[in-house]
Design a protein around this ligand. Structure first.
Ligand code: GMT
Length: 378
């Protein structure tokens, strides 16, 4: 199949899911065309089935805002015609589903009928999409998609609650590639760089937005390090990072916290990690938690959104109500204080992660693509 994938190319979860999905589809013989404004961070182009087409938005003094949707829909039209692309898969409704719909209409005018699959990722529904300024356009473009998927049951429920949706929504969870291995030969990031032998390593990975409740992470860690030797790895960058550094300084724990910024060493950092923290206000799924669990790392998270669908309470970690940092710290200590309990949670986390193996999830997308193409030919 020839598939165009539209996504955000940055470190965010939706871009990661779209990129990993495209790469696995390419490995399975599909021809994949990534169409976005810069090369996705996890995209390796050394595969004859993977193409990347950059969307350029020329600057013009009249524009206060550059018309990205316009440029994207034009690029989609051109690439569909040039490469005879059969299907559009857009990730994150805003503005991709809207631009995709415009491209569909323009192509229809030229006698080309192309189906569009839209995958809802979370904030496109819960935080941004629900804003009155966007809501009519988001509702319209979801309803005009040929197939709609959401990354969790919780996100599906939120979508149906917040928008007037007339489409069926299929839940396809986030996934993980389990057979990744790290090339040990050129390890720049060794455990000893991060922590002493007797210290537990606790990690958080995100884009440091408000929704991640970064100060809660520091509160939890502060309590943990009062009882056991531990270090905190803060991986990622975003608006809350400076505040986090300031809180650590105020609490006198800056020497126990490493701020990595956006890192390409995430897998290596996770490979040394004992516990992962994700106390978010909401997560449609929580891909970061799943990526940690795939390294056999237990997760302390909030119980909001789709998190209970991936982190199983008392099994792969613990869940608490949003903001219950004392309880989260107590649960963390329950796991970290005892080697036997930690080993048990580690093994459980890996077992749960295995349910989300890309090999189980990818066929679900392929089946939907087939269905979308069949509909088109009826
Ligand atoms: O919140 C992020 O870290 C980024 C955001 C995105 O859209 O790129 O992530 C959302 O999509 C991920 C992939 O489907 C989900 O795993 C995240 O839970 C979701 N984030 C939120 O709902 C806050």
């Amino acid at each position: 199949m020839k598939i165009a994938i539209v996504c955000y190319p940055t470190f965010g979860g939706s871009g990661v899911v779209a990129t990993e999905l495209g790469l696995e589809l390419a490995r399975r013989g599909h021809e994949i065309h990534f169409i976005t404004y810069s090369q996705p961070v996890r995209l390796a182009l050394l595969n004859p089935n993977v193409h990347y087409h950059e969307v350029n938005v020329p600057e013009y003094p009249l524009f206060h805002y550059q018309p990205y949707e316009l440029a994207l829909s034009s690029k989609l039209v051109d690439m569909v015609k040039l490469y005879k692309i059969e299907l559009l898969h857009v990730h994150y409704a805003i503005p991709h589903a809207y631009a995709g719909y415009m491209a569909k209409q323009m192509l229809k005018d030229e006698g080309i009928d192309i189906p569009m699959v839209t995958t809802l990722h979370g904030t496109d529904i819960t935080l941004v999409g629900n804003h009155p300024f966007y809501k009519p356009a988001v509702t319209f473009s979801i309803n005009k998609s040929d197939i709609v998927t959401s990354v969790s049951q919780s996100l599906k429920d939120d979508t149906l609650k917040l928008f007037n949706i007339k489409k069926d929504i299929t839940v396809i969870p986030n996934f993980i590639e389990l057979d990744k291995n790290i090339d040990d030969a050129s390890i720049p990031c060794r455990r000893s760089v991060m922590a002493k032998e007797n210290e537990r390593i606790i990690t958080h990975v995100s884009n440091f937005r408000k929704v991640k409740r970064i100060p809660d992470i520091i509160k939890i860690f502060y309590k943990i390090q009062q009882e056991i030797p531990a270090k905190l790895m803060m991986v990622g960058d975003g608006p809350e990072k400076e505040k986090a550094e300031a809180i650590c300084a105020e609490l006198g724990i800056l020497d126990k916290v490493i701020f990595f910024g956006n890192s390409n060493e995430i897998d290596r950092i996770l490979s040394y990690t004992d516990l992962f923290l994700l106390p978010s206000e909401t997560e449609s799924f929580g891909l970061a938690a799943l990526e940690a669990m795939a390294w056999g790392i237990p997760v302390i998270s909030s119980n909001s959104g789709g998190l209970p669908e991936v982190n199983f309470d008392g099994i792969s970690g613990y869940l608490s109500n949003v903001g219950m940092t004392d309880e989260m710290a107590e649960n963390a200590l329950k796991i970290l204080k005892d080697d036997k309990i930690l080993t048990e949670f580690k093994s459980n986390a890996l077992s749960v992660a295995k349910q989300f193996d890309i090999k189980n999830i990818l066929p679900l997308y392929e089946a939907l693509y087939e269905k979308a193409l069949e509909k088109q030919t009826v």
